[in-house]
Write a protein that binds this ligand. Sequence first.
Ligand code: CP
Length: 292
Amino acid sequence: QRSLLGLKELDKEEIQSILDRAAFWEANSNKIEPVQQGKFVANMFFENSTRTRFSFEVAEKRLGTEVLNFSAAVSSVQKGESIYDTVRTLESMGIDAGVIRLKPIGVLAELAGKIKVPLINAGDGNNEHPTQALLDIYTMRKQFGELKGLTVSIVGDVMHSRVARSNLYALQKFGVNVRFCAPDNMRADGLNVDYVSIDEALQSDVIMMLRVQLERHENGMIKSAEDYRAQYGLTTERAKRIAPHAIIMHPAPINRNVEIDDELVEHPQSRIFPQMQNGVPIRMAVIERALG
Ligand code: CP
């Protein structure tokens, strides 16, 4: 039984084994393979989600687990109950693992020290989003076969991005040349990464665009959506300058016509919807790893 709190602490071999197990599940044609029947998994989302929440639920159901869906908005959190008391409550009812998304930074690590069942990070403030990066890396591996030597540029609001951090930590273990591209006021401090211009970012094997996380912004972080698009957006004009073998990625949800133009979302070089599809086998592998 093992938690997955982040990719910073996971070694390359462990990441590789999750990717390999996901490939096994992707190749398995049975919709439901109840190898984890009789286990209970709670999805505890203290912050909104569509993709992560539902792909965990699909993954858990495909493995035959009993799924409990907790939503902060209709829970006793509204009466002032703390995150710890909520998770401890579900643990006391006998769950075998918990999938958890949190807004406040630092709470997950503290919780993991107190809760005995394995916890899977489904998005932790701006710290890490390990299953998103795993599905991103799985998507790159499917595309290119070998990760070593690839150049991946992650563009946009890296300051608020747990996706950027998890990808950076994991991809560097595979010998990938990761670069960030961001406006000065959206850069992340303290990371071992070089920043490049948007023109340089286009010269990559993978151009990963990030959502402008307006809900986390203080006033005035961007002048306007139009101004951001003009300076940092993947516009149709800019997309003409990417290599024919390069792919476009985005963790979604997407601000269409802000960080990426509408018509590029389902462009032949885009892997945005395949990323979502790959989330299910990745999360099956992660749930299995937690349940043992
Ligand atoms: N990519 C991602 O985490 O999407 P959701 O917020 O919809 O889960």
